[in-house]
Design a binder for this molecule. Structure first.
Ligand code: ZN
Length: 328
């Protein structure tokens, strides 16, 4: 336990002192975690930020998936389609056919593989482990083990930097964004995507929302808090999107199930463990049966919340602010 929110210097996004409002969440192993909410920008943060050793304990082998893939074959193919589309979109936002891309927390490197296929030079950072080992098997990725910090690459090395669902996991997201600012070449692009606390599914399900994922998500971001954090790190926002079918459909179905079945996130864990996760057999069967109506309903719900501007993900496409070099 390294830092009590009440004694911390303040919100990393807006600098306000933490308020007393707390959201209590039960993790899939039954432990309870509490998030404090910033009265200035709405950022949620675990009331006690865990130390590095404790954080490592939140990620068992099942988190990254057993064997060669994170998900079963069919889901893996669907995921691959989404990743390929993601690469095409990043190249489009960057407005260039080729360039140098860095993916922070690159997982198994598949997204970078697609960027490379488009003609880009690619680099990634990832913590040592199963995902890192998979990324190493993709030729041509300049892969670095560990968290992104200053000095890992020369300044202004990249035309596009992406951070997909990583920022909410790191103890110091402002430091990570400032490191990105330093690494971004003039005219370059930063793309940050996190789960969206402003989504309808989060608003309705509250602490039961799939997106909350306690305790791995140390922070919970919404448009206001992430926008302020980016501004503080020296970025200006060019475009904002909240669409994410790949997160929203399972997320909406799982959020409903979390109100009915324990442990939390059982259906999702069933999918990624191929049925081998902890849980009573009856609860597993009920999850699978409930998925039959809930997954199609989740699709409709996700489309509706996205059309209303309150989709499950928050994706901000940013550029370096003209009058900033990453100052406070
Ligand atoms: Zn704040």
């Amino acid at each position: 336990m390294s830092e009590e929110a009440s004694g911390a210097p303040g919100c990393p996004a807006c600098g306000a002192a933490w308020g007393n409002e707390v959201m209590a969440c039960t993790a899939s192993d039954g432990r309870e975690f509490r998030y404090g909410r910033c009265p200035g920008c709405g950022l949620y943060r675990l009331t006690t930020l865990p130390g590095p050793a404790e954080i490592a304990g939140f990620y068992d082998a099942a988190y990254y998936g057993a064997g060669e893939r994170k998900f079963p074959a069919l889901m893996d193919q669907v995921r691959n389609l989404f990743l390929r589309r993601r690469a095409t979109r990043v190249a489009g936002w960057a407005g260039r056919a080729a360039g140098r891309a860095l993916d922070v927390g690159c997982g198994d490197g598949r997204f970078l593989g697609h960027m490379q296929g488009l003609g880009w030079q690619v680099a990634g950072t990832e913590l040592p482990g199963a995902a890192f080992d998979r990324a190493q098997k993709i030729p041509g990725i300049q892969l670095k083990a560990g968290t992104l910090t200053g000095g890992l690459f020369p300044p202004a090395s990249f035309d596009a930097i992406t951070i997909w669902h990583v920022l909410e996991h790191v103890p110091d997201p402002l430091a990570m964004l400032r490191a990105c600012r330093e690494l971004l070449a003039p005219g370059g692009l930063l793309v940050v995507e996190v789960p969206n606390t402003d989504s309808w599914q989060n608003q309705l399900a509250g602490p039961l929302a799939f997106n909350v994922d306690p305790p791995r998500h140390l922070y919970q971001f919404g448009p206001e808090s992430l926008g302020r954090l980016l501004a503080r790190a020296g970025f200006s926002i060019r475009r904002r999107e909240t669409s994410s079918l790949e997160m929203g459909v399972i997320g909406a179905a799982q959020s409903v199930m979390n109100g009915l079945i324990k442990p939390r996130d059982l259906f999702y864990d069933l999918l990624r463990s191929r049925g081998k996760c902890p849980g009573a057999p009856a609860a597993k069967w009920i999850s699978l049966l409930l998925a039959v109506p809930l997954v199609p309903a989740g699709l409709l719900f996700t489309v509706a919340e996205t059309l209303a501007g309150h989709g499950p993900a928050l994706r901000l496409i940013c550029e370096g602010a003209a009058n900033s070099s990453g100052g406070s």
